[in-house]
Design a protein around this ligand. Structure first.
Ligand SMILES: [Zn+2]
Length: 1183
């Protein structure tokens, strides 16, 4: 039986027996919702009784039992109680007790405490409280008892939990709740700390609504809270009330969730106050917990600053055919960029919350869309034009029969009848064979506008135009740093050395050159050429002069006339590996402090523009002897503006993608006039991605001209103090919600007055590709390798998009050999659709060189396949230094469903060519589009699988009957074995709706290519395999391109034949590769960054349940209500334990006054020890 008395608590049965203890009263008086039926559990009986019991003692008993039950277990018990109407029961009891004229606080206190604990875990407590009329009742109890610290605290906790509902919080606000609570937050004291903290927490909770926020700001609470924080900070010298200070920061964080709040914070000196208090906190042990919320508040309330630009629009604009030349800034409304709406953070939070959900929603679950091919996007008649792109099928290989010279066979393939005009022009004007005289003619020209901005693109090359451009380019090479080169003594010396030492063979050419040494430019060019002869490294597959000639034909929007030195000179991977750099602890905090100092002491900031892509007036470029000089007007260059902010610190602004105002990420610029051994801080302040591998060990790359001339032509990873975080800048105009991130890094240059280049990743220009293809064309053995370069089409700006065919020449012109050739399956490879993904080009370079090589595997692959390679799908984007888009401002890899023939010609024709292959029964066996991935490590593939997509989405579609060829996994499995940078576990084969217009999905679905992939290569490095912990270099990227070729052996039709040649030994190919499980990983798979990148979402964690429990439990002193007078001191003493450190609560009940005998509690404890626990689901002990 269940008996309960002051000193003899016994419980010798199960909770179930409670039913028989109180059956009558339940049946009579309970509300319908809480009716304890014959089948209800012990808990329900308790709850039912709680609402109906009249006498204080039995109610206290029930509260005690409930508290014990709930304290003993996990939150699951509380949630169970909530599901059984626990909250309603407590609210009813509260209303019943609190309504009386003179409420009995002996009963109310434990009731309120329990309600706080339970309500904190009940998401609907606010609405339930409103329904029960408990909200204003509690508020009135608070107002009437504001002098009674313990009572007030209990009411405050309950009010705090009620505020989980917006309408409840507003209800309290409308009834002067804010004032009542705010008044309870006193300046520094040692008394009633629990009550003060409860008031601060309740106020913070109330500020979750717009109306309350608005009201708090207009009443000047923010200023008040700041003064309170200052007071507690300065007087709490023993640091016993850190909890109060934390709560004040949390409350301020809540109060600054609106623009007005942030403005009030900043204008009331909040940033200065927090900066100063934080500096003292940093010096004091144990105050660390105050630093992070303070830093977050400073970042958040730092006034938004528009980027110092006239327009966010790219400096480079290009008139699109068929579209009016709009000035896009005109249609944007008045400048409201800084006027964020009050619910900005709310929305951001929602976005963050819904991220996971969105992902599964994005999976394509419509079986029809997954399986059925849509109709072709164009009439069949349009496909015939692509027959010219299969020269190997019509080529007669006459030279094989006639035994002619290899040279001739090469030229024969070049001048194949199917070649386009562009191609013929390109090859005829091959820079290798161009007479020097022709180029000299135009040296005197200084007008650089080969294609001036705004002029319509030339549809085709004209030979004369090319030559002129070549002349200009040569003459003006390195103009940007000619001062440095000629003024630097060591450069002069090298120039003289170069001029003085000539070999007999070069004599004629040099004499030729000397004739033109008239103007400075000519002199300069010669000097550079001589430096090249003297100091140029032997870089495989790179010829600087060939590069220069190729660049002369490249058409850019601004009409580039200057080459970046590294692209011209070439580079080799540095010897040895470059490990990822461990993040310096608290580096971001340090950088934020430096940024906050700018705000606090604006007079210390120089704010001197030292480079502006739009303003080329001399004073902008090189007037200041003490400043670094910047330059970016060259192919792939991207830097829009450089602003010196401190002596050794520069803010850099990147140029948006051409014809649009976003997608900043890629950078590549020249920097000179440096002082050696001085750390320079660079801040790229308009990055857009929400996170970056720069937070996970990646460094930018640097190329030093001086080092190159001294025989070390390397791009090296460089930079210290690197981090990436959200800053306070906003767009110059328009784009209301846009936020920016800062990439900051510090570079210490090795040499004085060097010329260096900094880039996001190893640059690879369009001209480099053109020159590289020329080199390969001349390198391959034409008797063995059919290497044929054609123009797929011209781009919007009039550049050629090359398509390369590589296969093996037939052994003879006999029918058998020709038949074998013409029946080889196709493999189509594409790359660099995203211009900022230069890593993709390095992988492609590895692929191309390998396929042209003498390697026996390459020979076998050529014999087994015809390779159709489009190495650069977005030449215009690459040339103009964009990150993501083409000149039409669109992401070309989202255009595949219905590409526009005029605006997306490369995609339109690539797709047309694939349709053509399809139509002649030559559907590619493999399609792979090479990309770079900025947020992940390793190299991996995305493929397409119906079954895996359906499984992952959890759809009800029955997949049992679905047949799917698992062959899409062969290549990734093979790569996992043979390619060190490759990670099978990062691959996946899911088809998402948001990617339905990508190459991979369209080629898979519309062309029926089973093995259709996106290959993603990291910008950073690997976290597995032999490269684990190392940053990737061009060597590793090129190796990946080779390994990809190796993996193609696994899909060859004649695999057995290949095996018989023992090629297996070459590549360690094994068909019994382990089966891996792919998983879902399109999102960032890095752990959260050690320092918060954002500042408006999770900067200040909300109060958690444990902390509230701990506070509530701390409120129960052994003192009787009558001893309230003394309670202050006791509370203060006690608070040293519970306010200072929010340790996990033991949940040990200290709720109940002496009325409940200690004996009964002990008995209950004893019971608990002898049993494994009480199952509150059925009231039974578990044994
Ligand atoms: Zn990409």
């Amino acid at each position: 039986m269940f008996g309960y008395g002051r000193n003899n608590f016994t419980w010798n049965g199960t909770l179930r027996e409670l039913k028989s203890s109180y059956p009558a009263s339940c049946a009579e008086r309970s509300r319908p919702i809480m009716t304890a039926t014959a089948s209800s559990s012990g808990l329900e009986v308790l709850l039912s009784t709680l609402q109906n019991a009249g006498d204080i003692e039995s109610t206290l008993n029930i509260l005690s039992v409930l508290d014990e039950l709930l304290s003993a277990g996990t939150d699951r018990r509380i949630h169970y109680m909530i599901s059984k109407g626990g909250s309603e029961a407590l609210l009813t009891a509260l209303v019943n007790t609190g309504r009386s004229f003179s409420p009995n606080f002996t009963l109310l206190l434990p009731l309120l405490h329990l309600l706080a604990k339970v309500g904190h875990r009940d998401r609907h407590i606010g609405l339930k409280a409103e329904e029960a009329d408990a909200v204003l009742l509690t508020l009135n109890l608070l107002k009437q008892n504001s002098k009674h610290a313990r009572r007030a605290a209990a009411c405050l906790w309950v009010i705090q939990v009620f505020c989980s509902s917006v309408s409840t919080a507003n209800l309290i606000g409308e009834n002067r709740g804010l004032d009542a609570i705010y008044r309870l937050i006193s300046p520094y004291t040692t008394k009633h700390l629990h009550t003060i903290k409860a008031a601060i927490d309740a106020l913070a909770a109330l500020l979750c609504t717009k109306a309350n926020l608005c009201s708090a700001v207009s009443k000047g609470y923010i200023s008040g809270l700041l003064r309170l924080y200052e007071d507690w900070h300065s007087k709490d010298i023993e640091h016993v009330a850190i909890g109060i200070r934390q709560a004040l920061l949390r409350c301020l964080h809540q109060a600054t969730h609106s623009t007005a709040g942030r403005q009030a914070f900043a204008s009331q000196g909040g940033i200065r106050l927090l900066y100063q208090t934080t500096q003292t906190c940093l010096l004091t042990k144990g105050l660390e917990s105050l630093v992070e919320p303070s830093v977050q508040l400073m970042r958040k309330c730092h006034p938004k600053t528009p980027l110092p630009l006239v327009s966010d629009r790219s400096v480079y604009s290009f008139p699109l055919p068929g579209r009016p030349d709009t000035n896009p800034d005109v249609d944007v409304g008045p400048d409201e960029s800084c006027e964020e709406s009050d619910d900005e953070e709310d929305e951001e939070n929602q976005e963050a919350d819904s991220k996971d959900k969105d992902y599964d929603d994005d999976l394509e679950t419509d079986l029809n869309k997954l399986r059925r091919r849509p109709d072709p996007d164009r009439p069949k008649e349009l496909l015939a034009q692509y027959s010219r792109l299969c020269p190997e099928l019509t080529h007669d290989f006459q030279e094989l029969g006639s035994g002619s010279e290899p040279e001739e066979s090469s030229s024969s393939s070049s001048s194949s009848s199917s070649s386009s005009d562009e191609e013929a022009l390109f090859l005829n004007s091959s820079p290798l064979h161009q007479p020097r005289r022709t180029r000299k003619r135009s040296n005197s020209r200084t007008d650089s506008s080969a294609s001036s901005p705004g002029s319509p693109p030339e549809p085709q090359f004209s030979t004369g135009g090319c030559t002129q451009a070549a002349g200009q380019l040569e003459a003006r090479d390195f103009h940007s740093h000619s001062n440095v080169l000629s003024s630097s003594p060591s450069f002069r010396t090298k120039g003289r050395q170069a001029r003085g030492e000539t070999t007999p063979g070069e004599k004629e050419e040099l004499q030729d050159d000397e004739e033109e040494e008239e103007g400075e430019e000519a002199h300069h060019r010669t000097m550079v050429d001589r430096l090249l002869e003297r100091h140029g490294a032997c870089i495989p597959h790179h010829k600087p002069k060939l590069y220069r000639a190729a660049a002369a034909q490249t058409k850019s929007i601004p009409g580039f006339s200057i080459l970046a030195f590294p692209d011209f000179w070439g580079h080799l991977p540095p010897p040895g590996h470059e490990p990822m750099v461990p993040r310096k602890p608290k580096v971001q905090r340090q950088k934020v402090f430096e940024d906050v100092q700018r705000f606090l002491n604006p007079d210390d900031i120089m704010n001197q523009v030292v480079f502006d892509l739009e303003d080329t007036s001399p004073q902008c470029l090189s007037d200041r002897p003490d400043s670094l000089r910047f330059f970016s007007k060259f192919e792939c260059g991207n830097l829009r503006k450089a602003i010196q902010v401190r002596r050794y610190e520069y803010d850099l602004i990147l140029n948006a993608d051409a014809n649009c105002s976003q997608h900043t990420q890629w950078f590549y610029f020249e920097v000179s006039n440096m002082v050696a051994n001085v750390p320079y801080r660079f801040n790229i302040i308009n990055c857009e991605k929400t996170n970056s591998q720069f937070n996970y060990g990646m460094q930018p790359v640097l190329y030093s001209v001086r080092e190159a001339l001294e025989g070390r032509p390397h791009w090296v990873r460089t930079g210290t103090e690197i981090c990436y975080f959200r800053n306070h800048f906003c767009p110059a105009r328009g784009r209301k919600r846009a936020t920016f991130y800062t990439l900051t890094f510090t570079v210490t240059f090795k040499h004085n007055e060097d010329v260096c280049y900094l880039a996001y990743h190893y640059p690879y220009t369009y001209s480099a590709l053109q020159a590289h293809l020329q080199v390969l064309q001349h390198l391959v053995d034409p008797a063995k390798v059919f290497f044929h370069q054609q123009a797929l089409c011209t781009t919007l700006a009039g550049n050629v998009c090359p398509l390369v065919t590589i296969t093996a020449c037939p052994a003879s012109r006999g029918w058998r050999d020709m038949h074998q050739l013409r029946n080889r399956p196709c493999i189509v490879l594409t790359g660099r659709v995203h211009p900022g993904e230069s890593n993709a080009s390095w992988v492609m370079k590895g692929t191309l060189e390998f396929l042209c090589s003498d390697d026996p595997v390459a020979q076998s692959l050529r014999e087994a396949f015809i390779f159709k390679i489009i190495p650069m799908l977005n030449p215009d984007g690459v040339i103009n230094g964009t990150h993501r888009c083409d000149l039409n401002g669109e992401d070309l890899n989202r255009q595949w469903c219905k590409p526009d023939p005029v605006l997306s010609p490369t995609i339109y024709h690539t797709k047309g060519f694939l349709y053509y292959l399809n139509s002649i029964g030559r559907t590619p066996q493999v399609f792979c589009d090479y990309h770079g991935h900025s947020r992940k490590k390793n190299v991996f593939l995305y493929g397409c699988s119906v079954k895996e997509t359906l499984w992952q989405s959890g759809t009800a579609v029955d997949t049992v009957g679905l047949k799917e060829d698992p062959g899409y996994r062969t290549i990734p499995k093979t790569l996992d074995r043979i390619a060190p940078a490759f990670s099978f576990n990062s691959c996946n084969y899911l088809v998402e709706k948001s990617r339905s217009a990508t190459a991979r999905v369209v080629v898979w679905r519309e062309m029926g290519v089973l093995r259709s992939y996106t290959m993603e290569s990291t910008y950073n490095g690997c976290d597995q395999g032999i490269y684990k912990g190392l940053q990737t270099g061009t060597r590793e990227l090129e190796e990946m391109g080779v390994k990809f070729c190796h993996s193609l052996l696994s899909v060859g039709r004649d695999v057995t034949a290949l095996y018989s040649r023992k090629l297996i030994n070459h590549i360690d190919l094994d068909h019994n590769v382990l089966d891996h499980k792919s998983h879902n990983c399109f999102e960032d798979d890095e752990p959260p960054c050690v320092e918060e990148i954002e500042y408006s979402t999770d900067g200040c964690p909300p109060l958690n349940g444990t902390e509230l429990d701990s506070d509530v439990n701390g409120n129960t002193s052994s003192a009787e209500e009558e001893e309230e007078e003394d309670e202050g001191h006791k509370g203060a003493n006690h608070s040293r334990g519970s306010i200072c450190q929010s340790r996990p609560s033991s949940m040990k009940s200290r709720l109940f006054p002496h009325l409940i005998g200690q004996g009964s509690i002990e008995t209950l404890n004893m019971k608990r020890k002898t049993c494994n626990g009480v199952s509150i689901t059925n009231g039974q002990y578990l044994n």
